[in-house]
Design a protein around this ligand. Sequence first.
Ligand code: PLP
Length: 408
Amino acid sequence: MMAPDFAKRILKVEESPTFALERKVNKLDAELEKEGKSVIRFGMGQPDFNTPLNIKNAGKKAIDENKTKYTESTGIKELKDAIVSKFKRDNKIYYEIDNILVGNGAKHVLDNVMRVFINPGDVVIIPKPFWVSYSQQVILSEGTPEFVNFKKDFKIDIEHFNYVVSKSDIAKGRGSGIAKLFILNSPNNPTGMVYTREELEEIGKICLEHNIHIIADEVYEKFLYGNLEHHSIASFSSELKSMTITVNAVSKTYAMTGWRIGYCGADSKIIKQMTKVQDQSASNPCTIAQWAALEALNGNQDSVEVMRKEYKKRRDYIYSRISSINGMECTLPEGAFYVFPKVSNFFRGKIKNSFDFADLLLEKANVAVVPGGAFGADEYIRISYATSIENIGEGLDRIEEFCSSSLF
Ligand code: PLP
């Protein structure tokens, strides 16, 4: 039989490094179990908390009430109304119901946005370090990701941003390589960096000047630990509101990663095109999960603060532990649940890059971290602290020992 003749675009797409790591760790864990050992997992960006009880009960109730059929492909009216209220309450963005679309998690919503904007060769501007799926979704839509450099504090290098944008303006004359979208992610995965209002205003101004739509991925908005507030760029002006697709999800905020509910607010013309994609591909997100998400957004919010406080405790602990490791450099993350320490001081001998570092750390110390190279920043590794303080303590003991070993 001949080999399948796959589409060129899918062959260009890389597998997700976080899912690939998880598969590798599962295999290793099964072997270690025989020796009574296990891997400390700092890989997946997923809350270790259970979904709050009121939300689980809403899901059960939906099943008992036979709310198990198809819904409108972009979500039930009740949930869209709750999202309109949420955007107003939390983000000061005044959307109406026809500005809202509900999908299968933020990831699905983001893919949906890419599909309605990108022609083959169109550019999507992505600041480094970036969440792994952005660039691959762009490639899946036959677009071209263009990356922007970052400064020491993990914020965008505005000079380089202007350069990338002006390159695209030249391309406009040729009709290809046009920058259509800019991806903004604050609080940021993988760095935990949070933009101030002034910084967002500067970014917004450049995007407006060059007619570039902004995807504002705000899935970590509730997890902030310092004095910084979360600002939604779409709330700044009517121009920015019409040029921004504000993406969010219940996944991280309410520890609901498996329920698969994400959503966005955008100009109704954009939602109309996205609706066509959803009508013809995934249809509605899980009906039961939509009812549970409704309770998440409208119900008691105390659990979010409980989780935030716990993440803050872990952030402070992990930061102090990492900072005391000789050779590792760490910036205090302001939000999300990741630290992104610099490990390039250990690049010698067998270890040439962050992938080698992460591989050896897993092999020798049984600690799983994601190499920074996967996020476009090879001098770093990402450690997720969405795991218990005990695990963090044990994992850091192992990392400390690994870093001081004769391997270096
Ligand atoms: N955006 C960012 C920045 C993320 O880190 C993630 C998940 O890790 C997502 C989107 C996807 O969220 P969801 O699980 O709702 O698809």
